[in-house]
Write a protein that binds this ligand. Structure first.
Ligand SMILES: *[C@@H]1O[C@H](CO)[C@@H](O)[C@H](O)[C@H]1NC(C)=O
Ligand SMILES: *[C@@H]1O[C@H](CO)[C@@H](O)[C@H](O)[C@H]1NC(C)=O
Ligand SMILES: *[C@@H]1O[C@H](CO)[C@@H](O)[C@H](O)[C@H]1NC(C)=O
Length: 206
């Protein structure tokens, strides 16, 4: 079963299927789909039911089926996210988008002779997705994004200011380009050196 679970997770499925005869405790995260099953209950069609117990004492009927070909009938409070099906020998209960409140003991009942037989219970344990973690992550990432945006804006403003400080008229710029071809990184030089450029340009071209 653990190999199957691993394969399901590795292949990216968020659906978990567990057999009652192999695993008595099923752990899933809230929001996933889970299928519980009672296998090998009967060789002939018979009425089957799903029950659950929560909070130690609160027992409820979930659903009943009179025969595998019939539609399942759901008890109060279980009409929305629950699906029951059967292939005579195995009874399935699919719970869609499990919630923490779905945690509890699930078991099947079926008629055999004159009695209702109750199967071993499956303990479904639904864990809350660690929301605090993801919230922290998004806060950190959001903060980083804002910080980087501010840095980019500040840099852009500084660069445009530097360019305004050194830019001259278009004619002068041509001269400057001619004069300084061998020094392409002039924007990064200290301000004092840069302020001298116009003088150098004029001196060189006049
Ligand atoms: C299924 O149930 C029958 C009768 O209860 C039993 O003889 C058989 O061994 C069971 N098969 C499995 C695979 O559990
Ligand atoms: C189980 O108990 C908890 C707290 O005691 C309560 O909030 C919850 O509603 C109960 N669940 C059911 C299904 O009664
Ligand atoms: C019912 O389904 C179970 C689980 O998928 C399977 O092992 C079993 O062979 C099926 N039985 C029949 C009669 O189709």
């Amino acid at each position: 079963v653990s190999l199957l679970l691993c394969l399901l997770f590795v292949s990216g499925w968020i659906s978990v299927s567990v057999s009652v005869s192999q695993s008595q405790t099923v752990e899933v995260q809230s929001g996933e789909d889970v299928t519980l099953l009672c296998s090998n209950i009967s060789r002939s069609p018979t009425q089957t039911d799903w029950f659950r117990v929560v909070n130690r004492t609160k027992a409820s009927c979930i659903s009943s089926m009179y025969a595998p070909e019939n539609e399942a009938s759901f008890c109060d409070g279980f009409q929305n996210r629950f699906e029951m099906s059967s292939n005579i020998s195995t009874v399935f209960l699919k719970i869609k988008k499990v919630d923490v409140s779905d945690s509890g003991l699930y078991f099947c009942g079926f008629y055999k002779g004159k009695h209702t037989v109750i199967t071993d219970a499956i303990h479904l344990n639904v864990k809350e997705i660690p929301g605090g973690m993801t919230n922290l992550m998004s806060v950190v990432l959001g903060g980083l994004t804002v910080l980087l945006t501010i840095v980019v804006i500040v840099l852009a403003v500084k660069i445009s200011k530097l360019q305004k400080g050194t830019n001259l008229g278009s004619g002068d710029l041509n001269y400057a380009a001619l004069s300084f071809q061998t020094k392409p990184k002039r924007n990064r030089r200290p301000a004092s050196e840069r302020e001298l450029e116009p003088n150098v340009v004029y001196a060189a071209t006049r």
